[in-house]
Design a protein around this ligand. Structure first.
Ligand SMILES: NC(=O)c1ccc[n+]([C@@H]2O[C@H](COP(=O)([O-])OP(=O)(O)OC[C@H]3O[C@@H](n4cnc5c(N)ncnc54)[C@H](O)[C@@H]3O)[C@@H](O)[C@H]2O)c1
Length: 460
């Protein structure tokens, strides 16, 4: 049956939720308070890069199933469900900042003119369903029934539309069984398991899932460090581990570590939640610590090869926190570039979609038209985001245009032997066997150049 649904927040989650519920046949109103975002959307321009979303959005916007507004009364008029999908970033001490959730809850309370089910899709700490219910009870203007349901979102940026329409599971938590069942029914056409539970279980399971994913990556990064020392290839080790069904093969890619709008803030949020209940959570703290080490470790590899990095030009391939997304929130590129700039490096960079956002955050970087322009005259390249188009590059052309053909593969995207054949001095993360196989001539030539530079600097 067609339902009337409102979604609050036109970010990655809100836009996808709105477009996908429209795809499932419902009438959806998207409520957004940011005027710039709203204007862009009204002109058919999506404020985020997400594959498949533009087509879906365009279809249902043109077909009239999607509406947009900044006005809560208009946005909630006649709605049976309202999904809160606003941001919940970390504060300085890791506590999730709930100010946007609070203001959305108050907006709903003051504007809703009929019974409505309030569904929390934002990632929020345990107890937030009660907080939202309390705000609504305090500010509501009508005597209608408001139920609060927790329905955390598990989509991955870059695959968000696919994930929403093909979920592995949907979690619906509430003390109000009827409201929970009504929300569960919205997802029934998707044919996935639906877990009905209380709101606190739903809230914590989202944090636990994200912390576990982060833990897997930090774990393999710890193994990668050992691989570098022992001369073992972490990619082979991860393959062996991942073939074991008790382990599973996802999130075992060694590299620059995890970033983005979710894992870092949710790991910090979980640590904060634990600490505020007297639980020290040493394992989860280490997951974060290992991750903070990765950009420094990659930059140290470069220093080892280049000698002094001062005054060198370093090319960065990929800026967004992951491929197929323009999201720069807590992207590894930010830490890598900042470390290199502190050492006096000049930075050239290219990303297929994130350069506009990146330029606002890092105005002193030189942004290039493509990877070839980045490589031209650079003293080293660092692969930061594993976009598919970087797999297709003419690597011989790249290495021969560089001042010094050093390639630090921060995501283990490339085959080391092929890169060496293409003329690079190659370093991955945890691919310790490679340094033994590097053609001595390339390294010797490079070392001689370093020595010459050192002599020149003494003479001048
Ligand atoms: N991005 C992801 O991949 C992802 C995945 C799963 C869960 N989540 C969670 O979903 C939530 C939203 O994440 P996001 O990445 O979509 O956030 P976002 O920052 O991209 O978007 C949030 C939007 O909400 C709007 N907003 C804020 N307060 C509002 C209000 N009171 N009324 C109307 N609009 C308001 C903002 O202007 C912004 O457009 C977060 O809690 C996040 O942790 C995100």
């Amino acid at each position: 049956m067609v339902k009337s649904i409102s979604v609050i927040g036109a970010g990655y989650v809100g836009l996808v939720t709105a477009a996908c519920f429209a795809e499932l046949g419902h009438r959806v109103t998207l409520l957004e308070i940011d005027g710039e975002r709203l204007n862009a959307l009204e002109q058919g321009v999506l404020p985020v890069h997400e594959p498949d979303l533009p087509e879906l959005w365009q279809r249902h916007w043109a077909g009239g199933r999607l509406r947009l507004t900044s006005d809560y009364e208009q946005g909630l008029d006649g709605s049976e469900f309202v999904f809160i999908a606003v941001g919940t970033p970390s504060t300085r001490n890791g506590r999730p900042d709930l100010r946007w959730v609070r203001s959305a809850a108050r907006g709903i309370a003051e504007a809703a003119n009929g019974p409505i089910i309030v569904v929390n899709k934002s990632t929020v700490p345990v107890g937030t369903a009660d907080l939202v219910a309390g705000i609504i009870a305090r500010y509501k203007r009508s005597n209608h029934n408001f139920a609060v349901v927790s329905n955390p979102e598990f989509l991955r940026e870059g695959l968000a539309v696919f994930d929403f329409l093909h979920p592995i599971r949907v979690v619906v938590g509430s003390a109000d069984v009827n409201a929970a069942q009504a929300v569960a029914q919205l997802y029934e056409p998707l044919g996935c398991p639906i877990i009905l539970c209380d709101a606190r279980t739903a809230e914590l399971s989202k944090y636990a899932s994200n912390a576990f994913l982060a833990a897997r990556i930090s774990f393999i990064n710890e193994i990668a460090l050992l691989c570098d020392k022992l001369g073992v290839n972490v990619v082979d080790v991860a393959r062996v581990v991942g073939m074991e069904p008790r382990c599973g093969d996802g999130y075992l890619g060694a590299g620059l570590g995890w970033g983005g709008s979710c894992l870092p803030k949710d790991v910090r949020g979980l640590i904060y939640m634990a600490a505020s209940r007297g639980v020290s959570a040493p394992l989860i703290r280490s997951v974060l610590r290992v991750n903070l080490r990765q950009p420094r470790m990659v930059v140290a590899k470069l220093q080892k090869l280049l000698g002094s990095t001062k005054g060198k030009t370093v090319g960065i391939l990929g800026l967004s926190f992951k491929p197929n997304s323009d999201d720069m929130r807590e992207a590894s590129s930010l830490s890598v570039i900042s470390l290199l700039q502190e050492q006096g490096c000049r930075i050239k960079a290219y990303d297929p979609v994130a350069m506009k956002t990146a330029a606002k955050l890092m105005p002193t970087v030189t942004y290039c038209a493509d990877a070839y322009e980045v490589a031209e005259g650079s003293d080293a390249l660092i692969l930061v985001t594993e976009w598919d188009e970087f797999k297709e590059l003419d690597m011989r052309r790249i290495s021969s245009s560089m001042n010094c053909p050093i390639l630090i593969d921060g995501r283990n995207l490339y085959d080391p032997e092929q890169m060496i054949k293409a003329g690079f001095i190659y370093e991955g993360v945890g691919r310790g066997e490679i340094s033994r196989k590097q053609p001595k001539a390339a390294l010797v030539k490079h070392k001689i150049q370093l020595e010459l530079e050192a002599v020149e600097s003494i003479q001048s």
